[in-house]
Design a protein around this ligand. Structure first.
Ligand code: AKG
Ligand code: FE2
Length: 351
């Protein structure tokens, strides 16, 4: 007797694309919602800023957070700067949550942009606003208090220092707590070149039809990488450890040692200039049952069409309270929470 074997239903195989190196700005713009800008600062300013941040980085700390029942430390040093102090100290509170605290230990007040960082920031702002003016805006993006306002300005910056080829940051998307939906983040690289890795989070309803691709972008000294609106919603990024690293040879000597030749270095400084939105001021951050500010995250597995996106506030258990958080979870509601004005609000205004 013949036995009929049922043939397994053949699933069409989805092609798995190999990682792709995006080796120039054209490729970056082609494959990601980001742009890359080489030689962004005058060379002397870039070198001065690099030395200044290197000197400061000796006192920067490693981020710490609770993972289950133990404290883990980030494999690089970090610090946080505000452009100027607000009278109500609101961004100071936000700064405390950059360097995740635990056991109720609060961080010191953040530093104000040093003069060289302020000078660099003015170049960065110009490029970011030029780039933004070429792109379509998403409905949930900040639209300014009045039409014609400069849409993006950096009011805070986070800085990272990676020493050697092994220091890194793992895959993540940046918290949106104070940035709000669809932020633009401008990331300046100084010193040793490292690879920046991007990987899309494919929405749930597309995982049966396509795989995400990994993109590797070399970030040379004095280059700006702009993560435009939708990058945090649809991609994760990292700076992975690497097997080899080219030393950076500064063009100029250190200002405090003008007669000694510049020394090659294995360190990279990254400064991410960020615009903390007025409508996501720390005062407006919901508190969870533990009584601490919640964090805002995008529902990355949902569709990102700029209209139906979902974001939620949840307990920041990783930061404090011995890692034991509560189950607080709340969908962010722009209207009920009186946030905006956004581009969606602008388009509803009578002309
Ligand atoms: O060092 C970099 O280029 C990325 C840093 C980063 O992802 C962050 O600070 O959130
Ligand atoms: Fe990041």
């Amino acid at each position: 007797m013949d036995v009929l074997h049922q043939t397994p239903t053949a699933k069409p195989s989805i092609p798995r694309l190999p990682p792709l190196t995006l080796s120039n700005p054209t490729m970056v713009a082609q494959h990601t919602p980001c742009t890359q800008h080489l030689s962004i600062l005058p060379p002397e300013l870039a070198c001065k800023l690099f030395y200044h941040m290197l000197d400061l980085s000796r006192s920067w700390s490693r981020n710490r957070w609770w993972l289950f029942d133990r404290v883990v430390e980030s494999p690089h040093r970090t610090s946080f700067f505000v452009r100027e102090y607000t009278t109500d100290g609101s961004w100071h509170e936000a700064a405390q949550y950059w360097q995740a605290m635990y056991n109720g230990r609060k961080t010191d007040p953040p530093d104000v942009f040093p003069e060289v960082m302020e000078a660099a920031c003015e170049y960065v702002e110009k490029v970011v606003n030029e780039e933004m003016s070429k792109r379509d805006r998403f409905p949930l993006e900040w639209a300014g208090h009045k039409p014609g306002d400069q849409l993006w300005h950096a009011n805070v910056a986070a800085a990272n220092c990676y020493e050697g080829r092994k220091e890194s940051v793992g895959f993540h998307s940046d918290q949106l707590t104070y940035l709000g939906p669809y932020p633009t983040i401008a990331s300046l690289s100084l010193g040793a070149s490292r690879t920046f890795r991007l990987r899309e989070v494919v929405p749930s309803d597309e995982i049966s039809t396509r795989h995400a691709r990994t993109f590797n972008v070399p970030l040379p000294h004095n280059s700006l990488f702009i993560m435009h609106a939708s990058t945090q919603e649809s991609f994760k990024h990292s700076v992975p450890p690497q097997s080899v690293l080219d030393l950076h040879r500064p063009l100029y000597p250190h200002p405090s040692r003008p007669s000694s030749p510049p020394e090659p270095t294995n360190r990279r400084i990254n400064i991410t200039f960020r615009f903390y939105r007025p409508d996501f001021n720390p005062k407006s951050t919901p508190r969870c049952k533990c009584g601490v500010p919640t964090i805002l995250r995008a529902d990355m597995k949902n569709r990102h069409d700029g209209k139906t996106d979902r974001y939620w506030w949840s307990c920041y258990a990783g930061a404090e309270n011995d890692g034991k958080g509560c189950d607080f979870w709340q969908v962010m509601d722009m209207k009920a929470e009186r946030r905006g004005p956004t581009f969606a609000d602008r388009s509803r205004e009578p002309i």
